[in-house]
Design a protein around this ligand. Sequence first.
Ligand SMILES: *Cc1c(COP(=O)(O)O)cnc(C)c1O
Length: 331
Amino acid sequence: MNLSSIPRRKYSYGPTPIERLNNLSEYLDGPNIFIKRDDLLGLTGGGNKTRKLEFLVADALKNNADTLITCGAVQSNHCRLTLSAAKKEQLDCRLVLEERVTDSYNLNANGNNFLFNLLDAGGITVVPGGSDMMKEMEKVADQVRSEGKSPYIIPGGGSNEIGATGYVACAQEIMMQMFENSLDIDYIVTTSGSAGTHAGLLVGMEGNNHHIPLVGISVNKEKNIQEENVYNLVKRTSDYLNVSNRIDKKSVNVFDNYVGPGYSLPTDSMKEAISLLAQKEGILLDPVYTGKTMAGFIDLTRQGYFKKGDNILFIHTGGSPALFDYTSLFQ
Ligand SMILES: *Cc1c(COP(=O)(O)O)cnc(C)c1O
């Protein structure tokens, strides 16, 4: 699979490190745990959306857009990174924020909210939970056009076939690192949210005949719905990249029992996972995505799903800026 013909901007330099988590591996007394540090990607604060935006913003520029429009939850990492890419490219940016939790938007909140203000978002529209976000973004696009400007809409989480291509590229980067370091990975563990990361990794691995089982941990949706979402995006991304291998629906695997009371709402196991990673490894996770994903990984390890001697690659998709809006949880 050759991605070199697809327009791409460059926001990170070199592959993100794969580190072995010696202390956590010893503490859990289970598999050998490795972590892919996508929290160290470029743009403000790093995280998985940076990889997607390399392809999405390149497409926006190809289409002569001058204003990026995107959407997310009130503490959206994706909105932070889209805004950051816009600043770097000297594009305007408008955000539509969904209050998935009632009254959760607070202009003066910390974390990503603070960064929306610091980076100076050109306009923020807040809409109630359950709104049709594409429709809301279309309204903003009409407004932008009426100002004589040219909008480009990036879907929530940057998760269409263009954004998912960022994680196809990541899968290829991982394969190269495995080869260079003589590392055999038995499972890859990733968050499964708007599905671009999960789908892109799967297309990148399976499309290159690399059949490493991928374990997706849902942070929002129920298993069957999430697997369907991921598979749909796998098909769209494979078509977009002309992948000839047929990717089996059975390779889409999601666990949905670590969501807790709902998207972005705290769980005890998330708190445990965040504290553990901080105290054993000095690595910051986030409360919405990687904290719950790590909680899932730890629980699956304790249940014996992963065996001693297995090599696990945990994808650290970033998000730690959001932690600073949850400090009271840890006091
Ligand atoms: C968006 C996000 C995810 C989920 O990735 P998707 O591609 O939306 O499934 C995971 N972790 C962090 C920190 C994120 O911001």
